[in-house]
Ligand binder design. Structure first.
Ligand code: AMP
Length: 173
């Protein structure tokens, strides 16, 4: 079966994690073997043209896609995590939220000079997180090969912050 046949497995949860947010809950899709495989296969196909050397997953749901994509294509996976999780020397990037700021981190040696990195997450919303991840890669001397998302919340226009490389998403809400 194709990904289109499984879209009902993504559940809309209103007002989570706070009022006014319609949360796209992908856990029923992750729990369904053929649906999960269709997602991974389509993300591999969709990003193949980026010619990336390495796959970057954004904590935490991005890891669920980045690692199997990396495994299936015999590339490495690198992690962008919330503060305080990575044990060795890190590079940090702060980014703006609706109210306040957040920070993400990468190991300082995770990206080699000139590496072409594809940035993977489950949902593209405002694009702030993916932009911050890309800025970490740039700080470490890598280049952005592209961005890949399972789904994209179109009206939030996250793509406008990711104009430095091609963006693919399998589902547009
Ligand atoms: P943003 O930085 O606004 O693009 O948000 C992206 C991050 O927040 C991703 O890691 C998503 O998993 C999560 N996220 C933001 N909005 C939603 C939403 N409506 N449903 C599910 N996840 C979301």
């Amino acid at each position: 079966m194709r990904l289109e046949d499984h879209l009902h497995l993504i559940r809309n949860v209103p007002d989570f994690p706070k009022p006014g947010i319609l949360f796209k809950d992908i856990t029923p899709m992750l729990a369904h073997g053929p649906a999960l495989r269709a997602c991974i296969d389509d993300m591999i196909d969709g990003t193949a043209g980026f010619k990336a050397d390495v796959i970057l997953g954004i904590e935490s749901r991005g890891f669920l896609f980045a690692a199997p994509m990396a495994y299936a294509t015999a590339r490495g996976v690198i992690l962008v995590r919330k503060p305080g999780k990575l044990p060795a020397r890190v590079v940090k990037q702060e980014y703006a939220l609706e109210y306040g700021t957040d920070t993400i981190e990468i190991h300082a040696d995770a990206v080699r000079q000139g590496d072409r990195v594809v940035i993977i997450d489950d949902v593209l919303a405002t694009g702030g997180t993916a932009r911050a991840a890309a800025d970490l890669v740039l700080k470490c001397g890598g280049t952005i090969a592209g961005y890949g998302f399972l789904g994209e919340i179109g009206f939030l226009e996250g793509r406008k912050r990711l104009t430095d490389a091609p963006v693919i998403s399998l589902i547009r809400w």
